[in-house]
Structure formats: structure tokens, C-alpha cells
Ligand binder design. Structure first.
Ligand code: R5P
Length: 293
């Protein structure tokens, strides 16, 4: 009964008394050490574990804008880009109708919906968490409008989403908007981002601005930037570069990819800036090379 001797014998055993319990600290993304395994697993699908960053392809614009330029035919415009993205931000409608179920990409599901650009934006509700589970969503994205008419409602949407997110292990992404009267500057983007995080968001999407490092540093969870309106390709790559340099954990980019003259070349150039440290000049050279292939 040597094994029994081993169980009963106390001497020579190292119980590690006095050594702090080794926790799963040092998770590669900030602010998430104390979250559940499932939530972290989903974050690890959205963000590249080696670089800590993501290239999220956004094509949820139709939920408020209809068939906007570059998204008239999701099957033709978006499906060829999917393989180059780390994650897809889209509605459940486009996911079920267009995105191949074999894509195996992390899905950041547009989880709030409401008024269109034809009326006042941000009067939104949220969908059923069971649908996010059915769709194997890696995150649920909810609009939060700070200083706008629907501020309280959008924050309640975020809070209810985070409740479901913590219950089921699905991260919540707060999508910041600032009221029409407010400047789109670091003061308001930092306020909106921090409000999202404090109310339970595990990722925040906001916009790049002067003083962006303050927005990032005052937000306890990872920030990704939206691309915004279409820019010249070099300028869009410059935007990515500055955001990453100032601490963004990636981009959630739509129009600057799918409205580009060469979307497949552009998303690869964006990837090079986000994941490989390319400068805007190097990224633009890559874009030119790929578009001329
Ligand atoms: C805005 O709320 C939408 O959710 C878009 O996903 C987001 O703005 C990113 O797209 P874009 O880069 O075109 O601004």
C-alpha cells in the first residue's frame, strides 16, 4: 500500500504555504482578469491572443441606414472580405441570411435596434439573449448615447445586456454615441467610454480623436475604434496607426474598408497596421501592391 503511505505521509510534501494562490491573472486584455472562463474564451476569439488586437469588420450599417453605399449586396460586398477579418460585427439578419455558417469567425452581434436615420437615432431596444446564444455570438454590441435624448434608455439597454452577458459568459460591447449638442472630443468620448465600462461593458467601441490616449487610459477595458466616414486610404491607415499607437486594442471598421476602391487590399493593409506594426506608409504601399495584383 505504498500509495496509502504517500497519502498519509505529510513530511516532504510541499503545500506551498505562504505562496499566494496563482490566479489566472495576466489575461492578455485589460480589465478582464476576474471574468468567467467562457467570457474570456469568447474575448480570445475576438482578439488575437498574440497581438492583443482585433480587426473587426463592421457591416451592421443597414440596420439604421438601409442599403448604404458599399453594402447594397452583402453577399457580393462582404462575404469575400470575411476571411481577412478576426471578427464580424453584424446584425442577426445579415448573419443568418448571408454570412456562411462555416466562416468560423467571432461574431460581435448587433444586439440593440431601433430608430433609423430617417428619424431621431438611438431610441433602441435589445434582442433576446437566447438568440445571441443560438447564434454563438462572441459579443453583444449595444448602442449607448451619452447626452442624447435617449441616454437613460440606451444605458438601461447596456445594463440588461451585461446582465445577460455575465449570466451566459458573453462579453458586452458598448458602442458609444454622443449627443448632437456635444463635441466629438476626448472629453466626451472618455466620458461615454467610461460610462459603458462602469455599467458592465467588456469592450468599448468609440472614435479616434485628439487626446485619444486619455480616452484609452481612463477606460478600464479594451477599446476599439470605429472607422467613421470614408477617408482616402492613406488617411484611414494613418487613423488606424495613431489609434493603435495611442493604445486602442483594434479597429471595428466598416466604410473605410467596404467603400474602398479595393476592399480586399484595404482590409489586408489594415491588418498589417493593426497586427504587424506597419506604418501608414508601409500599409499604403501594401494596399497599392495588392490592389494592382
Ligand atoms: C455604428 O454604430 C455602426 O455600428 C458601425 O458598425 C460602426 O460605426 C463602424 O463602422 P464605420 O467604420 O463605417 O464607422
Amino acid at each position: 500500500m505504498a500509495d496509502l503511505d504517500g497519502i498519509l505521509e505529510n513530511k516532504d510534501k510541499d503545500y506551498g504555504i505562504g505562496v499566494p494562490v496563482q490566479r489566472d491573472g495576466g489575461f492578455f486584455l485589460k480589465g478582464l482578469d476576474n471574468c468567467d472562463w467562457g467570457l474570456k474564451d469568447r474575448m480570445s476569439r475576438i482578439f488575437n491572443v498574440k497581438t492583443g488586437r482585433t480587426v473587426m469588420l463592421a457591416f451592421d450599417h443597414g440596420y439604421i441606414m438601409g442599403p448604404t453605399s458599399g453594402l447594397e449586396r452583402l453577399d457580393l460586398n462582404i462575404v469575400p472580405l470575411i476571411e481577412y477579418a478576426d471578427s464580424l460585427m453584424c446584425t442577426r439578419g445579415s448573419l443568418r441570411s448571408v454570412v456562411p455558417s462555416t466562416s468560423n469567425k467571432a461574431i460581435c452581434l448587433r444586439y440593440s435596434a431601433g430608430t433609423s436615420i430617417l428619424t431621431e437615432l438611438n431610441d433602441e431596444c435589445i434582442i433576446d439573449p437566447n438568440d445571441a446564444i443560438r447564434l454563438n455570438a462572441s459579443a453583444m454590441a449595444v448602442m449607448v448615447s451619452i447626452g442624447g435624448k435617449y441616454e437613460a434608455k440606451t444605458i438601461e439597454n447596456l445594463v440588461r445586456t451585461a446582465d445577460a452577458g455575465y449570466k451566459y459568459g458573453i462579453p458586452t460591447m458598448g458602442v458609444t454615441a454622443v449627443g448632437k449638442e456635444l463635441a466629438r472630443d476626448s472629453r466626451y468620448f472618455a466620458t461615454a467610454s467610461r460610462i459603458c465600462a462602469e455599467n458592465g461593458a467588456n469592450i468599448v467601441k468609440t472614435y479616434y480623436c485628439e487626446g485619444f490616449e486619455k480616452v484609452v487610459n481612463s477606460c478600464p477595458v479594451p477599446i476599439v475604434i470605429a472607422g467613421g466616414k470614408k477617408l482616402e486610404e492613406f488617411d484611414a491607415l494613418d487613423l488606424c496607426y495613431k489609434a493603435i499607437n495611442d493604445g486602442a486594442s483594434g479597429v471595428d471598421m466598416g466604410r473605410n474598408v467596404f467603400q474602398s476602391e479595393a476592399p480586399i487590399a484595404m482590409i489586408q493593409a489594415v491588418r498589417a497596421v493593426v497586427h504587424e506594426g506597419y506604418t501608414p506608409k508601409m500599409g499604403f504601399e501594401l494596399f497599392e501592391e495588392l490592389r494592382n495584383k
